[in-house]
Write a protein that binds this ligand. Sequence first.
Ligand code: GSH
Length: 363
Amino acid sequence: MSLYTGRVRSYLIKNRIPYVEEPHATSHYHKVVLPKAGGRRGIPTIEFPDGRVIRDGVAIVDHFESLNDNLHSPSTVRQSAVSRLLDAIASEGLLRPCMHYRWNHDQSNREFLQFHFETIYKDHSNPSKMAADRMQEIRENVNPAWGVVPETHDLIESMHVALLTKLNQHFSKYPYFLGSKPCIADFGMMAPMYGHLGRDPKPLALMQEYAVRVFRWTERMNRPEPDFGEFEFEKEEYLSNDEVPETLIEILRHFAVDFVPETNAACHAINKWLQENPSVESGQEAKRFLTMCHFEVDGVQISSVAQPFRFYLLARLQRIYEDADESEQNSILNLLKSCDMDLLLDMKLTRPVLLQNNLEVWD
Ligand SMILES: N[C@@H](CCC(=O)N[C@@H](CS)C(=O)NCC(=O)O)C(=O)O
């Protein structure tokens, strides 16, 4: 049921890397794994046979990509930029629908969630009560922190249904985001689109009813073979000539509607926090819930936590642009302009965020 595990699980399956999935609740996890994960609980966290530990799904995929000759990282500039952009959106940009469809549809989801949360506390004396308490805490405190409040419910639902329609159009033409081979963006998007939105009963029913091609993509992503028999494609490859198809541009335009204002507001809020906290030392942990930010989408006011991790991921897109030559930069810029995302290139924190010893830290 973990959102971020969807990315890593799919990567491991597609690459036929054997693994065992364990709940993050065992005494082994607490005694041995957690201290090596910088003391920060995070799902997923991976432990290798030699005892090394990597916390964070993005870092785990980075690790395997570096051993895998970057098999799933497109090498051409437009596709590489889009792939990184979608990875950032996947991590931070879909939390509202994920939380809303999990926590505000009790009739469909209650027993399913109760069962899963009890498994986290199965070694405690009263798993049922502990699960219920934790679930209540998420509903009352975590949801509002991410901007999931009654005033935003309609917006969240209309945006999600529109997204399903656009994704469905894309996956009717292509089995993956950039053609017939999965890229970093496909794995990233499995975090929100499988862990919550393609598995919890309520949003799964929506997906099966209105977006069967998206549902098929989630199935395909959790199978080692290409699993694209309903298409004419024969080989696993990205679209030629660095193409980013129109169906994907449409999806990006849709994401821009809230991802751009939220990123802008988060950038200002975190930079203000940095200005007010000049004594933050290099290497100090960048807390996940640092400060709040406020923005507007389609006339609806939203307040949400501004998370530094968004900018860790966005910096990877910005770096692709900065490292490109002039004609490649124009090509990336034109692409981002065509989907209303170009302003993201300038949204930077005054102090970069790094991943060090399994923690997000300030440079
Ligand atoms: N940036 C991390 C985020 C991981 C994360 O926040 N996972 C959630 C669950 S899906 C979590 O660990 N929450 C805290 C907890 O459950 O203790 C990643 O991409 O792996």
